[in-house]
Design a protein. Structure first.
Length: 147
């Protein structure tokens, strides 16, 4: 007695749908790898941009100080500073005017938004964040004001 074997279908080949290769849209450039990675000189527009990066239209800029919270109000809220100075000069000036002790903290913010790095150039901050009166608004507080 023979038992009928179950009919088995031949194994099917798995269907794979690969990403088709597209023909190149442009012919390869006639550059070797070493020549494409090295520049002997910067392009003209890059050189111009770098040469003008630290030149400012006004040698001095106007800074307006605004207290936040319980910070003392300055008698003279508007000061002028050289555009080439770093932001640490603004912090030092404000500490001197407020007559703060060396251990006292002061927190400065540009446009009540962010605290710039001490090595940031004041002219760059002015160029990017000045108000409609051509002033850089620096808010100050004795305690952290913003997260």
């Amino acid at each position: 007695m023979s038992t009928p074997s179950p009919s088995s279908s031949p194994p099917s080949k798995p269907t794979t749908t690969g990403i088709p290769d597209l023909p190149p849209s442009s012919p390869p450039l006639p550059l070797t790898m070493t020549s494409s990675l090295l520049l002997t000189a910067l392009p003209r527009d890059s050189s111009d941009a770098l040469s003008n990066a630290f030149s400012f239209p006004n040698p001095k800029i106007t800074v307006r100080f605004q207290p936040i919270g319980s910070a003392p109000l300055l008698r003279q809220q508007i000061s002028r500073i050289s555009a080439e100075q770093r932001f640490e000069t603004v912090v030092t000036y404000l500490r001197r005017v407020l007559k703060l002790e060396k251990t006292a903290s002061v927190f400065l913010y540009v446009n009540s938004c962010f605290a710039p790095a001490l090595d940031e150039v004041v002219g760059n901050l002015h160029r990017c964040f000045k108000d409609s009166k051509d002033q850089l608004i620096v808010s100050y507080s004795m305690t952290p004001a913003f997260g």
